[in-house]
Design a protein around this ligand. Structure first.
Ligand SMILES: [Zn+2]
Length: 216
């Protein structure tokens, strides 16, 4: 069973749901760069302080800081039997760094990139039906997972919002950025015979079953 996984997929592909299912099933940590950054900031670690200062200035966290954070995270004991990397690598240079770190830990042979693909039109359709709770962060879908009362959060009764991020023109923009950025990374893994593709269509259970089949 493949358990060293780099998860790739466009926004709205259901990556978060699958990441949780995979990491529970395989018993490997789900390593999301976004979560690590937020955790580092919360814990006020040296890296966290650096990251916070940069984000407070409204700037993007630079490559090198992200690399430091990932290298530190992958070196922890809970990654010895596998990991699920989410949000990294985002370019060729980060892919090379990942290869180097994994080679140092003698696990590069086992690493695979798992790409969940969904047609752009389908993503646009899904995200425009998504509603988020501004108060507790719960996420709904007016078609596939509607709240009990229209436009109202089940847990905290706040009025649900269509996030700016989920508006059609923003989604198309995000998809363009995603394709531009991810295709080279996909190529990097494909050239090394490390690319696995699963179609992100159907129920979450169906997609998960297809993923497990491919990881065998
Ligand atoms: Zn809520």
């Amino acid at each position: 069973m493949i358990s060293f996984i780099v998860l790739l997929g466009p926004p709205g592909a259901g990556k978060g749901t699958q990441a949780k299912l995979i990491s529970d099933k395989l018993g490997v940590p789900h390593i999301s760069t976004g979560d690590i950054l937020r955790e580092a900031v919360r814990n006020d670690s040296p890296l966290g302080r650096q990251a916070k200062a940069i984000m407070d200035r409204g700037e993007l966290v630079p490559d090198q800081l992200l690399v430091d954070i990932i290298v530190e995270r992958l070196s922890r004991a809970d990654c010895a039997n596998g990991f699920l990397l989410d949000g990294y690598p985002r370019n060729i240079s980060q892919s090379q760094t990942l290869e180097k770190v994994c080679a140092e830990h003698a696990i590069w042979d086992k690493v695979r990139a798992l790409e969940i693909t969904v047609p752009d039109e389908e993503i646009v359709d899904r995200l425009k039906n998504r509603r988020s709770c501004p108060s507790c962060g719960a996420v709904y879908n007016v078609v596939s997972n509607p709240p009990k009362r229209a436009e109202t959060c089940d847990s905290c009764s706040a009025k649900l919002q269509l996030r700016d991020d989920d508006r059609e023109e923003t989604v198309r923009q995000r998809l363009n950025v995603y394709h531009e950025r991810t295709e080279p990374v996909v190529g990097y893994f494909a050239e090394r015979d490390k690319h696995i593709v699963v179609k992100g269509e159907g129920s979450p259970e169906d997609i998960f079953a297809a993923i497990m089949e491919k990881l065998r």
